[in-house]
Design a protein around this ligand. Structure first.
Ligand SMILES: [Zn+2]
Length: 117
């Protein structure tokens, strides 16, 4: 079973990729189904089951201001930056309101990912 932390990473990844396509608003009810169709890792999940697992993860992101709750069950994603830790190489997706620290080791030396040539 996936940990909420892994689920959060994949959700941030999903939000980041959607924002890259200009889509920053997403219906809460559709997120689980989208994750199932996009990520091999979640392919075998039942949509209702995954939605249940995601509820606390989404609520956490709302309290961290990565997501804002709009009317009609819509969520608005804050602009995020993808950064890689110089120490452990973990890739973090961080919203503007969040401290620039690695989400795995709390290291503060973060670089842009992928690196610019
Ligand atoms: Zn790190």
């Amino acid at each position: 079973m996936d940990t909420p932390r892994e689920l959060e990473w994949y959700l941030r990844d999903h939000l980041f990729r959607q924002a890259g396509k200009g889509r920053t608003r997403i219906a809460r009810a559709e997120i689980a189904g989208e994750m199932i169709s996009l990520y091999l890792r979640y392919r075998n999940y039942d949509p209702g089951q995954l939605a249940g697992l995601m509820t606390p993860v989404i609520d956490d992101l709302v309290s961290m201001r990565v997501l804002s709750q709009l009317e009609g069950g819509l969520l608005e994603a804050a602009p995020m930056t993808r950064m890689q830790c110089a120490k452990c190489f973990y890739v973090s997706y961080l919203a503007e309101a969040e401290p620039r620290v690695c989400q795995r080791c709390s290291g503060t030396e973060l670089g842009e990912f992928p690196k610019r040539k």
